[in-house]
Design a protein around this ligand. Sequence first.
Ligand code: GLU
Length: 315
Amino acid sequence: MFPSDSVLRFAPSPNGELHLGHAYSALINHAMARALGGTFLLRHEDIDTARCTPAFERQVEEDLAFLGLSWDEQPRRQSEHMHDYAAALEALAAEDLVYPAFMSRGEIKAHVERFEEEEGRAWPRDPDGAPLYPGLDRHASTKEREKRMSEGARFAWRLDVERAIEMVPALTWEEHGASPIGESGTIVARPLEWGDVVLGRMDIPTSYQLSVVVDDAIQGVTDVVRGRDLFYATSIQRLLQALLGLPQPRYHHHELILGADGRKLSKSARDTSLRSLREAGLTAEDIRRMVGLPGRPGGLGEAAAVRPRGSSARR
Ligand code: GLU
């Protein structure tokens, strides 16, 4: 079903404590990699150097070891590979696909409020609920851009998504898991829903969206297994893969582990952090049971839980 050169990764950001949702994701990534005879990688997504710390990174590794998981190569630390992302950003800039966007968060908010008040209708929002970038500076002249930059104006590099989609054919991906509303199989990417996403900042030549596709390609990731909260982001990631000529992995968006209140777990809620559960005396077996994965590490329970579409396993 999958080639034995399968490469899977667990890619948390070391900016807080891992929780049960991370445990679930790491466990099924690991089980799937082992069941396929493939490779399981750990990647520290630490481009946000202000919030990511070596202490959280160590804790990620301790938590995974506690769960009985081992990874096959030295973990990749994104902060050590900024040149890879800068090169990708430059390749997009060379095609005129990114522009310096000067509107601050406050200015975007004010623009959106004014529009909604004057027009009496809602400003479009991305799948995460954030207003789309108004793009007033999308077509500014080189002279204007240089002037603002030399004045020290703050900006972010944003993708000109409308121009970008003209450069590539209609994009799809193979979904072996499901979207939040149950879509599966061949999914049509809808990158326009995200508007002009940020691909780089003044001080960091990348963003989550850019570095994740660059790294998945560099690391040869064949199967992206992650939570359903990232299902819609796949549209932008497919677009970036196509623009940069990168291979497309298969995707498996798994269900999220929700808190007792039915909401998504957060890194700041200490009660479901793996560390506090570990310190309270719970074992790896207990954690596996709590996330609905009974059985031994790497045992059949998990492989069945992640078996792709078309198989006879219960999903
Ligand atoms: N670093 C991302 C997160 O912690 C996950 C990236 C991915 O799996 O694509 O949410």
